[in-house]
Every structure is written in structure tokens, then in C-alpha cells.
Design a protein around this ligand. Structure first.
Ligand code: ADP
Ligand code: ZN
Length: 637
């Protein structure tokens, strides 16, 4: 049974903190002091308060917050108050390193233990740990369980264990990792410590599973709002991957973007095309040399590369907060995955765009992949069946998202069990009126369906489309299909468009597909209702529509001196390069925009900028004030 649930329908942006309990006031005053001194933030977000209170009271918790919601502060602040060393378990090394870098830049004592560090560094961390100098220690799950680390930790005052990406413990989730299952033994080793699970993606079922797998005791459940109001979602029918990618990237010149592909080969091909167009783009996938991957990751983090074209292998370690576009050139395998991958856009709270290029051909590829990998696994027949079933369910929810003519913000929120309060979000293609229906959808559908009937339900999508557009291919001639009455019925359309329309009918259930490796398109009951004229069909115009401007982007730039912003970015890039650190850990885009807007001319004014605390003021105050001063002088003279 799960404990108390706190949820809010408010957005995750800054809202006045709930001061629920008068006895907590001295504590919250202390937290605010820490927050402004170290981070330069004015206050905690409401759910952060809830989560931190539970942690300080030594009560287990399960914190479900979307990416960008501010989970890290929830485990970073408590050990500062209790002067303990807390442990964060995190699945990826890159993620830990970035966090440690970022904490380092504000003077926060943290370290990460992973297999790549050398012995000298390891013993330095060990010493600091034993001397009680560390407030946070990041560890990968497999290291924690397989080494003498547990003995070491039992000699230190560990009050809390934070388990990041906790959905990895559940096989109902989309990213199950067996090594996470063993974390439950920590409970026995450290009976007096409290446990805190964090995740950005958890449906109610996964939530229950996390709580029971980790044996959380009457946990405080904190559930954030899943909507990301600063993201603009769009789904576009895929017609030409390269052309469409270039077009969409054209809306984000010199900005950070992640372009996801399914195959490794595709990432390289696309990256080459983009580079040929003068875009600073690099491919990234698990097949590249570790060193090469590392170089790309670092260049992206330091603002030296704008676009990474990647498989999903890229991402979990990427915290670059100013990603302005996440483009999926193929369908992700679940809505959880989509939420997580698009979650990498706009972590700084500023407007960002998420585009999905959809083709239902991807659904078929995934289906066969799901089956194949289950068959090749060492699961028994029942387990394999269950896995296939669960993965296909995930896949079809994703497909429905891509095809819905409903607000994308609302669809996503509802999937995560939350109602979306507005009728129109003003930040998705549907609400912006960018999606367009084909004027004569039903007639086009009838033409396609009769063509399927004429070829006697014995051919696949490609062949049907060839007949419809009147292509005299070898296959069409061989079967005499150029003699059919349906030959060339849609001769004004090209092959891709025709195929796309057939897929739309398959997706909406107006056509069926035979099982097996070489599926053929078949009619079903619904097809006949359309052919008889009893039912109408809505097909989306399979073209790239022009996109309208959402209101959110304009607001973010209001009053910002773009020239100064660019100068500040250049300044930041230099520092990042000299230090070999990710640019966003130096100072994030939100802070840069605020400086380029408010034009602070004194240290006190600079301190009022969100993101600038005492350490950053001491380090960068002078150069920042110089840049502002220079800009003001140019403006006035
Ligand atoms: P998550 O881990 O949930 O994805 P992060 O912890 O990385 O999110 O936080 C997302 C962004 O929000 C970061 O840029 C962080 O600095 C900022 N942030 C977090 N908490 C606050 C706060 N209380 N006030 C202002 N900014 C915050
Ligand atoms: Zn909408």
C-alpha cells in the first residue's frame, strides 16, 4: 500500500512555496539561505519542499517529477543540513560526472565512484569520504553491490540513499535493469538509513512496483505535474527524412538540438548530410569507439557542437540545459521513452520544440524487432509472451499519440494519470491549427480500399501504392496490375505519399495486415463500411505544414539583448573549453538571458540574477559586469 500522495496540478515553474507547517519555519529559512547562497535561487518549488521535508524527517519517499522538475535539489540539500554523507545511485557514469562538475562549480562537496577513475583519485575520494568531507557520493548500482564499497560506507554516516531513475527497477517500466533489483538488500545493510526513489517516468503501476521492490516503508509519495509547458510538440508525417530534418533545424540556427534515429547507420548518414549543409553536427551511437563518443559528448556539452544525431544510446548522460530542439526521425518505442527523450529539451525552462516525424512503417519494424529480441532472449515461452505483450502495448500507445488529432499536452498528461486543465495549450501542432485534414479523405480512402480488393488482398503496402499512383514497375506489369481499373487512381501523388496514406488507414483500423515477415494488406469489416459509404474517414494531409509561432518562445526573449546574449555565450564557451567542463555547468542559458535583459551594473544586482550565488559572483562577477558595461557603452555611443 502506498503512503500519502501529494500531487499538484500547478506547473513545475517557480510558484510560491507552500508553508504547510509552522514548526518547519526555522528549517525553511535555513534552506532558503542555503539555496540563495549556493545556487542563487530564491525558493524551493512546492514539491521540492515536500520531498526535502520527508528526507530530513528520515522518511522514505518516492518522488515522481518530470525531467526539469528539479529532482536533484531534493537529494542535494538534505545532507547539507544534516551534515551527513548521502549516497546517490545513478545508472550512468556520464550523468554522475556532469552532476559532480555542476556541484563543483558552486563549491558543493560531491564525488562519483565509477570504474573509469584512476587509483589516486579513488583513494582521494576514499579519504574525503572517511573524513566526512563529502555531502554526496554518486555510485553506479553494480559498483555498489560488487565491491568493498558497502563496508566502507558502513563506516561513514550515511543517512540516506537516493535512487535515481528508479523506474529501472520495474519490468513494467520501459527501461528495466536487472542490477537495480538487488538494491533492496541495501535496506538490510543500512537499517537506519532512509530510502528515496526518484524518477521522471512512472505510470501508477510502475510507481507501485518501485515502492514494493525497494520495500519503501510508508513512503511519502510526491508526484509532480507531468506537463512541460515550455515544450511545443509537433507530429509531422514523415515523407523525406533528410529534407524535413534540414527544414526543422532551420528554425533553430546555432542552437542545441538532438536528432534521434533508430539505426546506427542512419545517424551517420544524416549527420553527414547535415555537416555538408554547414551545420555543426556529429553522429553518436553505441557502435562508435568510446573515445569518439566521449569527444562528441564533451563537444556538445561545451557548446562546440550544435546538433547530435544519435540513437537512444545518447541522452541519459546529457544534461545540457539549453537544448532547443529534440527531433525524432523515427517512432520511439513507448510514450515513457518519448517523454524522457523530449524531456531533454528546454530543461532551463525556456521554450523548446519537440518534433516527431511519424511513419507507421516504424510500427511494423518495431513489432518484428520486439518479437525477434524476445525469441532470442533466454526467457521461457510464457515470460517471452508476457514481455512481447507489454512491449507491444507500449508501442501502440505511442502510435496512438502520433495519430491523435487531440492536444499533445493533454494526451501526454493523461497518459501519466493527470488531467490537463486547459482546452487548448497554444503549444502543440493540433492546438496551433497546423495539422490539416485531406479535403476528400473518404473518397481517397475508398480508392485505396478498392485497390486492395482488386489486387485480391495478396500484396504489401509498397505494391498497392505503386498500383494506385500508376507506376509501371516490373512487379506491377508481371501481375498485370496495370490493367486494373484502380491503376493510376491516385496518379497525382508520389510513392511516399501513397504509402503513407495506406499506413494511415492501417493505423486507424480501416485495413488489416497479415502476420508474418512479408505482411500483405487486407480488408476487414471496417473497410466495407467505408466502401459502402456508411462511414467517413479523416486522413491527415501528409505534407510538411508551415509551423505557426507559439506564444511561449516570444515571451522568453522579451527584452533580451540578443547581441549581448551571444557575447555571453562566447565567453561561457571559452571558460568551458579551458576548464574542460560542460558549458551549462558554468552558467545556464536562463541566467545568461536574464543578464542580457536586466543589464546588472553592480555585484548586488548580479546576485539578484537567478543562478548566480556567492561562488559564481566571486568567480565571474567581474567579467560579467565588464561585458554588460561594454554593451551599454556601445548602445549609448
Ligand atoms: P531533473 O533532475 O528533475 O530533471 P534538475 O534537478 O536538473 O531537474 O533541475 C532542472 C533545472 O531547474 C535546473 O536548471 C535547475 O538548476 C533548476 N532548478 C531546480 N530547482 C530550482 C529552484 N528551486 N529554483 C530555480 N531553479 C531551479
Ligand atoms: Zn495542445
Amino acid at each position: 500500500m502506498l503512503g500519502q500522495v501529494h500531487s499538484t496540478s500547478q506547473s513545475s515553474s517557480d510558484i510560491v512555496s507552500r508553508t504547510s507547517n509552522a514548526a518547519c519555519e526555522p528549517r525553511s529559512a535555513e534552506i532558503e539561505k542555503i539555496l540563495s547562497r549556493w545556487w542563487g535561487f530564491d525558493r524551493l518549488r512546492p514539491l521540492q519542499s515536500e520531498a526535502i521535508s520527508a528526507a530530513l524527517d528520515g522518511r522514505d519517499s518516492l518522488v515522481v517529477m518530470p525531467t526539469g522538475g528539479g529532482k536533484s535539489l531534493c537529494y542535494q540539500i538534505p545532507p547539507l543540513l544534516s551534515e551527513s554523507t548521502d549516497v546517490v545511485i545513478s545508472p550512468l557514469v556520464a550523468l554522475m560526472k556532469d552532476q559532480v562538475d555542476s556541484l563543483d562549480s558552486i563549491g558543493y562537496p560531491a564525488a562519483a565512484l565509477y570504474s573509469g577513475i584512476d587509483d589516486a583519485e579513488r583513494s582521494r575520494i576514499r579519504e574525503k569520504l572517511l573524513a566526512g568531507h563529502l555531502r554526496l557520493l554518486f555510485v553506479a548500482p553494480e559498483r555498489l553491490l560488487n565491491s568493498g564499497l558497502l563496508d566502507l560506507l558502513s563506516r561513514v554516516d550515511v543517512r540516506r540513499f537516493a535512487i535515481d531513475e528508479a523506474h529501472c527497477i520495474s519490468h513494467w517500466g520501459h527501461d528495466f535493469r536487472p542490477e537495480y533489483r538487488q538494491l533492496s538488500m541495501l535496506r538490510e545493510r543500512f537499517p537506519s538509513a532512509s530510502f528515496h526513489a526518484f524518477t521522471a517516468t512512472a505510470t501508477p503501476r510502475v510507481r507501485e512496483d518501485i515502492a514494493s521492490q525497494l520495500s519503501l516503508h510508508n513512503p511519502e509519495i510526491v508526484v509532480g505535474c507531468f506537463d512541460r509547458p515550455n515544450l511545443v510538440y509537433r507530429v509531422i508525417q514523415r515523407t523525406d527524412r533528410i529534407k524535413q530534418t534540414l527544414q526543422i533545424l532551420g528554425r533553430h540556427p546555432k542552437e542545441a538540438a538532438i536528432v534521434y534515429c533508430i539505426s546506427r547507420k542512419e545517424t551517420e548518414r544524416l549527420a553527414t548530410h547535415l555537416a555538408a549543409e554547414g551545420i555543426l553536427a556529429r553522429p553518436y551511437h553505441a557502435g562508435l569507439e568510446a573515445q569518439e563518443r566521449h569527444r562528441t559528448q564533451e563537444a556538445f556539452a561545451q557548446d562546440r557542437v550544435d546538433v547530435v544525431v544519435a540513437t537512444v544510446a545518447f541522452g541519459m548522460g546529457i544534461d545540457r540545459s539549453n537544448v532547443r530542439l529534440v527531433l525524432h526521425t523515427a517512432l520511439p518505442k513507448s510514450l515513457e521513452a518519448y517523454q524522457q527523450e523530449t524531456g531533454r529539451a528546454g530543461r532551463d525552462g525556456l521554450a523548446a520544440e519537440c518534433v516527431l516525424l511519424y511513419s507507421s512503417a516504424d510500427v511494423f519494424s518495431w513489432e518484428s524487432l520486439v518479437r525477434k529480441s524476445a525469441e532470442e532472449s533466454d526467457l521461457n515461452v510464457d515470460e517471452a509472451e508476457a514481455l512481447i505483450k507489454s512491449q507491444l502495448e507500449h508501442l501502440h500507445t505511442m502510435r496512438r499519440y502520433a495519430q491523435t488529432a487531440r492536444c499533445r499536452h493533454a494526451t501526454l498528461s493523461e497518459y501519466f494519470g493527470q488531467t490537463y486543465p486547459n482546452d487548448s495549450c497554444g503549444a502543440c501542432d493540433v492546438c496551433l491549427g497546423e495539422t490539416e485534414n485531406m479535403a476528400d479523405s473518404t473518397i481517397v480512402a475508398q480508392k485505396i480500399l478498392s485497390c486492395v480488393a482488386r489486387v485480391e488482398e495478396r500484396f504489401g503496402v509498397r505494391h498497392v501504392a505503386e498500383v494506385l499512383r500508376g507506376a509501371k514497375t516490373e512487379g506491377v506489369s508481371r501481375h498485370g496490375h496495370d490493367q486494373l481499373s484502380t491503376f493510376g487512381l491516385l496518379n497525382s501523388l508520389d510513392q511516399r505519399t501513397c504509402e503513407n496514406l495506406v499506413h494511415q488507414l492501417l493505423d486507424q483500423g480501416f485495413l488489416s495486415r497479415s502476420p508474418g515477415d512479408r505482411p500483405v494488406v487486407m480488408l476487414n469489416g471496417a473497410s466495407w463500411t467505408v466502401l459502402r459509404g456508411d462511414r467517413s474517414v479523416v486522413l491527415l494531409e501528409p505534407k510538411v505544414r508551415s509551423t505557426k509561432k507559439s506564444t511561449i518562445d516570444n515571451d522568453d526573449w522579451q527584452g533580451v539583448d540578443r547581441e549581448l546574449f551571444e557575447k555571453l555565450r562566447q565567453w561561457r564557451r571559452n571558460i568551458a573549453e579551458i576548464r574542460g567542463k560542460p558549458a551549462w555547468t558554468i552558467l545556464d542559458d536562463r541566467a545568461l538571458r536574464l543578464i542580457a535583459k536586466d543589464m546588472p551594473t553592480s555585484p548586488a544586482a548580479l546576485l539578484r540574477i537567478k543562478g548566480i550565488g556567492e561562488k559564481r559572483l566571486a568567480e565571474f562577477g567581474e567579467s560579467l559586469l565588464d561585458l554588460v558595461d561594454c554593451s551599454l557603452r556601445m548602445r549609448n555611443g
